[in-house]
Ligand binder design. Structure first.
Ligand SMILES: *[C@@H]1O[C@H](CO)[C@@H](O)[C@H](O)[C@H]1NC(C)=O
Ligand SMILES: *[C@@H]1O[C@H](CO)[C@@H](O)[C@H](O)[C@H]1NC(C)=O
Ligand SMILES: *[C@@H]1O[C@H](CO)[C@@H](O)[C@H](O)[C@H]1NC(C)=O
Ligand SMILES: *[C@@H]1O[C@H](CO)[C@@H](O)[C@H](O)[C@H]1NC(C)=O
Ligand SMILES: *[C@@H]1O[C@H](CO)[C@@H](O)[C@H](O)[C@H]1NC(C)=O
Ligand SMILES: *[C@@H]1O[C@H](CO)[C@@H](O)[C@H](O)[C@H]1NC(C)=O
Length: 303
């Protein structure tokens, strides 16, 4: 009897999705579907933190249990490069728990691929005026999050040279787009280059893979991150609809109707939903139908 119970228990544990407090949400506002974010806010969700590529929290997430992690995206004025420090300090003063901040987003990448295109020297000086002072306030600082391309780690090395010992970093954020073997090998490379630093994987996915490869990649990567003591945080890319995904529909956590896919639900600690993502936007389908109707009507009236 005890054996039976035990085996039932083991089975239940294996059948449900793995749970983890390391998981965060990459929040990208979707003004056409503002309620999509609700999918990520169930009480039992595994998510503990979020970032939005900016210094200020996002209203739909402000009063939730998710801890906000501000980011200084680039060095141009219009993304808050000259007010980052003041903004974070005032959040702390007004009682927000700001434990971590993130440095520049893909500074080695060009703007058309989402990078902030910053030189290591500019990043080092902006770091010292806008980010470094937060260290004295007890905030932990994440290094610039370079791309996973071979140029990324070269950029980071130049950044630290330009800093000349004056940029403190407590953890190294990593971005990776590719398969699981590549991910593990790249994280290993970063760990070897910066020994003793914690690693956050702040963007990652296996882009443009089929559904079964995407799900296998997802399972392998979360399993591995959860076992690795020095990988303390990770945020999967991404939290958008499959029809709006720029990394292929199957990587997305929401389907074309805004409902959680299997991966999306697993990420929150839930069971598979069976929602199959595809690249067709519901709005576009409706538009196509409408267009057809207009054409048929036009044809009909012409005849
Ligand atoms: C992924 O893991 C879930 C449980 O977390 C499991 O149900 C599913 O079969 C796995 N899929 C693959 C492709 O490994
Ligand atoms: C969050 O809650 C505080 C106090 O409960 C309130 O003043 C504030 O307006 C809320 N923020 C949002 C974005 O809802
Ligand atoms: C984790 O970091 C500690 C020091 O903080 C180091 O001794 C250890 O080798 C690291 N482990 C891995 C797997 O990188
Ligand atoms: C998915 O793609 C892989 C190649 O990466 C292929 O081996 C596999 O058969 C494909 N699976 C399906 C269900 O199409
Ligand atoms: C997932 O499914 C299992 C088995 O059907 C069930 O016991 C468990 O409560 C479900 N978990 C969630 C979070 O719904
Ligand atoms: C995409 O999914 C919708 C259901 O949400 C379905 O109606 C549509 O046929 C699917 N399109 C493709 C190309 O699979």
């Amino acid at each position: 009897m005890i054996l039976l119970l035990l085996s039932a228990l083991v089975h239940a544990v294996l059948a449900s999705a793995s749970r983890s407090s390391k998981r965060g949400l990459i929040y990208i506002a979707d003004s056409s579907h503002p309620t999509d974010v609700d999918d990520f806010l169930s009480k039992s969700s595994d998510l503990t933190w979020y970032y939005n590529y900016g210094p200020e929290p996002s209203p739909p997430l402000s009063n939730t249990s998710l801890q906000f992690v501000p980011m200084l995206w680039g060095t141009s004025d219009n993304n808050g490069a000259n007010s980052f420090l003041d903004s974070v300090k005032s959040q702390i003063t007004s009682g927000s728990k700001i434990q971590y901040v993130l440095g520049f987003n893909e500074p080695d990448g060009s703007k058309d691929t989402g990078g902030s295109n910053v030189s290591p020297g500019d990043a080092a000086s902006t770091w010292q005026s806008q980010i470094e002072p937060l260290h004295k306030l007890g905030v932990q600082l994440g290094a610039p999050a370079v791309t996973g391309s071979p140029d990324g780690l070269k950029w980071l090395k130049s950044f630290f040279s330009a800093c000349n010992g004056k940029c403190t970093t407590d953890f190294i954020p990593v971005h990776w787009y590719g398969d699981f073997e590549g991910l593990a090998s790249y994280v290993g490379q970063v760990g070897a280059a910066y020994p003793g630093k914690e690693i956050w994987v702040t963007e990652y996915a296996d882009p443009n893979a089929n559904l079964s490869d995407s799900q296998t990649f997802y399972n392998q990567s979360v399993g591995w991150f959860d076992r690795m003591e020095n990988i303390t945080h990770y945020s999967y890319f991404g939290s958008f609809r499959s029809s709006a995904s720029n990394v292929g529909p199957n990587a997305a956590m929401l389907d074309q109707d805004g409902d959680l896919t299997d991966i999306g639900s697993w990420y929150l600690g839930g069971n598979a939903t069976g929602n199959i993502p595809n690249g067709t936007a519901a709005g576009l389908r409706a538009f196509g139908f409408w267009l057809l109707l207009v054409l048929v009507t036009a044809l009909w009236t012409t005849i």
